[in-house]
Write a protein that binds this ligand. Structure first.
Ligand code: PMP
Ligand code: GLU
Length: 395
């Protein structure tokens, strides 16, 4: 009998972040009290000035299809934002608005990759890069990093991974899941390698740009010699707490932007019109309006790092941005905790869910089998309770 489902979907992994969130939701529905530290989802409400713009848009009867690549006014706001925050100069034909940065990344893989093209992923990487590349026929090539080096890829490791088949590199800074932020010198050192290989497209995922507790954010495209082959990806999910509104965008070489516009025209017809109007308000306002959320994330980082330091077996570095810690928990491998044998990060993450009632995500999904990811986009009280429960579960 013929298979019902395509090889394409059968070969695709389920998103580990969303799967864990679903699992936590199911357990809650059956009466368990679960602390959800698996999803990278700010717990703040959307700023009032953004909400108001959406309400106004509904009252002004915005209802029809938008231009496939986004409202002209939104593209103008994005261009201004790129100038203001990133010293990048894009024209309207280089901007495409999508249904979340996730779709931006999916579009890029679809329009850039042929079967067998290699996609470099400094590991740990955000969980979906791998399958987004694979479903487009790409071959993900992981570049290992380590916790001692703050999970940052070195120029030497980058160059060693490049082959004649390399088509693309995707990285995020600030990084999901490690929280690492590449400073200007580090990024320039990577650019110095990449300039030697002009055919490689760089996808710089800057969705955590504002959630940065260290040096100023640097965009790869702000280096003049990288601008023409770099795609700058961003979105409003994280900085504006708009995860469910599903707006992402990119600045890209025009030929790539046109191709993404074309695929969107066949697949979604463009992003939601009300969410686009709200995004104009979000981006037109200076980032200082959302600083209170960044300050809160910084305090929570200190809180969670202090609590984790008291749990034996957790090796943690200091993340510089985003809202994740990515501890190495390999000290537990081979041990039996309350009758459960721990052989892997997945076992450990599932054990924490069962025993401590805390949802985390296995590092295996991010290309690092020694770690788990803990999101601290949660209240102080949830963080305190979760760390206490984890400590009790592993002692
Ligand atoms: N990139 C990174 C690094 C992320 O963590 C996320 C999380 N959602 C995304 C892209 C996608 O964001 P969204 O689709 O919500 O804009
Ligand atoms: N990006 C977030 C995370 O990594 C949200 C979930 C997802 O889109 O995968 O948890």
């Amino acid at each position: 009998m013929r298979n019902l489902l395509s090889d394409r979907i059968n070969n695709m992994a389920t998103s580990a972040t969303l799967a864990m969130a679903d699992k936590a939701r199911e357990l809650r529905a059956s009466g368990n009290s679960i602390i959800g530290l698996s999803l990278g989802e700010p717990d703040f409400t959307i700023p009032d000035f953004v909400k108001q713009a959406a309400i106004d848009a509904i009252n002004q009867d915005y209802h029809s299809y938008t231009p496939v690549d986004g409202y002209v006014e939104l593209k103008a706001a994005i261009i201004e934002k790129f100038k203001r925050d990133n010293t990048l100069t894009y024209t309207p034909s280089q901007i495409v608005v999508s249904t979340g940065a996730k779709q931006t990344l999916y579009n890029l893989a679809q329009v850039l990759l042929n079967d067998g093209d290699e996609v470099l992923l400094p590991a740990p990487y955000w969980v979906s890069y791998n399958d987004i590349a694979k479903v487009a026929g790409g071959v993900p090539i992981e570049i290992k990093t380590n916790i001692e080096n703050d999970f940052k890829v070195t120029p030497q490791a980058l160059e060693a991974a490049i082959t004649p088949k390399t088509k693309m590199i995707i990285y995020s800074s600030p990084c999901n899941p490690s929280g690492s932020v590449y400073n200007r010198t580090e990024l320039r050192a990577l650019a110095d390698v990449l300039v030697k290989y002009p055919e490689i497209i760089v996808v710089s995922d800057e969705i955590y740009e504002h959630i940065n507790f260290t040096s100023a954010h640097v965009s790869m495209a702000s280096f003049e010699d990288m601008f023409d082959r770099t795609v700058t990806v961003n979105g409003v999910s994280k900085a504006y707490s708009m995860t469910g509104w599903r707006i992402g965008y990119m600045g890209a070489p025009e030929v790539i932007a046109r191709a993404c516009n074309k695929i969107q025209g066949q697949v979604t017809s463009g992003a939601n019109c009300i969410a686009q109007r709200a995004t104009i308000a979000a981006l037109e306002n200076p980032p200082s309006r959302i600083q209170y959320m960044v300050d809160a994330f910084k305090e929570r980082r200190t809180l969670i790092l202090n609590l984790l330091a008291e749990i034996p077996g957790f090796k943690t570095n200091e993340p510089e941005g985003a809202f994740y810690v990515f501890p190495d928990i390999s000290a537990f491998f081979g041990k039996t905790l309350n009758g459960t044998k721990i052989e892997s990060a997945t076992d450990f993450s599932l054990y924490l869910l069962e025993e401590a009632k805390v949802a985390t995500v296995t590092g295996e999904a991010f290309g690092d089998p020694n770690c788990i990811r803990i999101s601290y986009a949660a209240s102080n009280q949830d963080i305190i309770n979760a760390m206490k429960a984890i400590k009790e579960a592993v002692l």
